[in-house]
Write a protein that binds this ligand. Structure first.
Ligand code: FAD
Ligand code: NAP
Length: 492
């Protein structure tokens, strides 16, 4: 068979490009390649979680990641407005109750729409979609298994992109069926009740935050510290805010055992302690979804510890026609936008004249805890260990957003700017406060354009705003941050 593409003639392959994994990265790779004239197919299949939860096309972000997480976070924040509404003169009730089923119905409807949109986009662009599990037979051949009908077929492709993402890691030595993960929480049929969240990374703190906001009694079990690799001055405020909202923390602990009680609760024991919970949510990181792929058959190398695939600057594996992007690739930020941009740039390099590489550095991100902690670049500690103490200068400030006059929150909003001492080029920016994600998106453009502290100082503020607080930082982190509650930008 001879297949014409806009770039070359390929002989004997069913497809110019076969994408394994129809999540954020895979779908973007496939649609970009198809728009550039390539003959493309995608395989996507979701193996049910230990609790039996499964979902549709679109991957983690759409089904059990960013989207439901943000919608649960927003719902929790809506409930949190009650106090402010009363303080602002609204005749709001003293107490609110929350209906879990009403919220999840709305969220699931939206997810189903996104699943449908993904399918439609592939169809409209002529991308063949296989709802099947893919694994390698050799470097150009993929076996597709349909678990529903117990059938297999093989297809061949000139190029293969692996974008299989990851799945939550379970606790060793603990029956996974007694715990749930982020793969289950968004599809839980009822309010999870009294919940122990194990772990202290993004997923743990975000889940703890929204569950607490939705009325659950929440405890977080922390092995070392919260958000270990993040700027700890910022993280301290995140933790304190969560504590003020009612989240409890057990530090320096991991569960030794989880057992099922007659009343359906789980008894969790650690050290000499034990406590009963309705739900144990395990959020201790993720493992790449590469086990099923039979990477050995294609000769693709991967890290045996977390199963992430090794790639180079052009996102190629050690096998020249096989690429890997997104969460399954080794040492890449596990973020949707990273997978999407990497996929789009890779497809453009493969099927057009483009040579543009993905810039995996300076990627902004936000933890929605519910107070948002957005950041880009280095923490102060990492900057010092990379460039040396004498070459770094950092400024910080706490502040109270103007509209917090309607609530009792104390001044836990925090900003830190980490600069190279020589020219005060900003190499790290940290913002703990409302709307951090939206604020930091704009500032990430500035940092990617090599902005200096002076550039920020020279920028006229939008007033009143949260983000103006970043423009005039002048207190070194060696000094106590001043609380700028008294409206410095009113000229006072
Ligand atoms: P995925 O989206 O995971 O897609 C991989 C797909 O491949 C899946 O559908 C999988 O079932 C399928 N697959 C696997 N193996 C096979 C196979 N052998 N054959 C066929 N199909 C297969 N990122 C953000 O940027 N912002 C956020 O706010 C955010 N929140 C998150 C919240 C949670 C709770 C979680 C868990 C993650 C969050 N993330 C967030 C991370 C984000 O979801 C991931 O970085 C992103 O989805 C990765 O995309 P991907 O294409 O690499 O993989
Ligand atoms: P993570 O950020 O790597 O955090 C894992 C947490 O689990 C850490 O606190 C770690 O503690 C703890 N842990 C690891 N093994 C443990 C064990 N055996 N027992 C007890 N605790 C253990 O993982 P994640 O929260 O699952 O997030 C995965 C990725 O998804 C993130 O890196 C992020 O890129 C992405 N994500 C992004 C967003 C967002 O953009 N808002 C949201 C969710 C997820 P130690 O610190 O002690 O190791």
């Amino acid at each position: 068979m001879e297949i014409e593409t806009n770039t070359q003639t390929i002989q004997n392959y069913n497809y110019d490009l076969f994408v394994i994994g129809g999540g954020s990265g895979g779908i973007k790779t496939a649609t970009t390649a198809s728009k550039l004239g390539a003959k493309v197919a995608v395989a996507d299949y979701v193996k049910p979680s230990e609790m039996g939860t499964s979902w549709g096309l679109g991957g983690t972000c759409v089904n059990v990641g960013c989207i439901p997480k943000y919608l649960f976070h927003s719902a929790a924040n809506l409930g949190d407005l009650l106090h402010d509404q009363r303080a602002a003169g609204f005749n709001a009730p003293d107490q609110l109750t929350h209906n879990w089923e009403t919220m999840t119905k709305k969220v699931h409807e939206y997810i189903r729409k996104l699943n449908w949109d993904a399918k439609l986009t592939l169809t409209q662009l002529g991308v063949k979609y296989y709802n099947k599990l893919a694994r390698f037979v050799d470097q150009h051949t993929v076996e597709l298994y349909d678990p529903k009908h117990n059938t297999t077929e093989t297809v061949t492709a000139k190029n293969i992109v692996i974008s299989v993402g990851g799945r939550p890691t379970y606790l060793e030595n603990i029956d996974p069926k007694l715990t749930m993960t982020s793969d289950d929480i968004f599809f839980a049929k009822k309010n999870p009740g009294k919940t122990l969240v194990v772990g202290a990374g993004y997923v743990s703190l975000e889940s703890a935050g929204f569950l607490n906001g939705l009325g659950c009694d929440v405890t977080v079990m922390v092995r070392s510290v919260l958000l270990r690799s993040f700027d700890q001055d910022a993280v301290t405020r995140v933790g304190k805010y969560m504590e003020n909202k009612g989240v409890k923390f057990i530090t320096g602990a991991i569960p030794d055992n989880v057992s099922l009680l007659e009343n359906g609760q789980r008894r969790v024991s650690w050290g000499t302690n034990s406590e009963d919970f309705d739900t144990v949510l395990v959020a201790i990181g993720r493992t790449a979804n590469t086990k099923y792929l039979n990477l050995e058959a294609a000769g693709v190398k991967y890290d045996p510890r977390n199963l992430n695939i090794y790639t180079n600057d052009v996102d190629a594996t050690n096998v020249d026609n096989i690429y890997a992007i997104g969460d399954c690739a080794f040492d890449r930020p596990e973020l949707t936008s990273v997978a999407v941009m990497a996929g789009s740039l890779l497809a453009s390099r493969l099927f057009s004249e483009s040579t543009k590489l993905m810039n995996y550095k300076n990627v902004a991100s936000t933890v929605f805890t519910p107070l948002e902690y957005g950041f880009i670049g280095y923490s102060e500690k990492d900057a010092i260990s990379t460039f040396g103490k004498d070459n770094i200068v950092a400024y910080h400030s706490t502040f109270k957003p103007l509209d917090w006059i309607y609530n009792d929150n104390v001044d836990l909003c925090y900003i830190k700017m980490v600069c190279l001492k020589e020219n005060e080029k900003i190499i790290g920016l940290h913002y703990v406060g409302p709307n951090s994600a939206n604020i930091m998106q704009g500032y990430s453009v500035a940092l990617n354009l090599n902005a200096t502290r002076q550039d920020f100082i020279d920028t006229v503020a939008i007033h009143p705003s949260y983000s103006e607080e970043l423009l005039d930082l002048n207190i070194l982190t060696s000094q106590d941050p001043l609380n700028s509650e008294g409206c410095k930008n009113c000229g006072l």
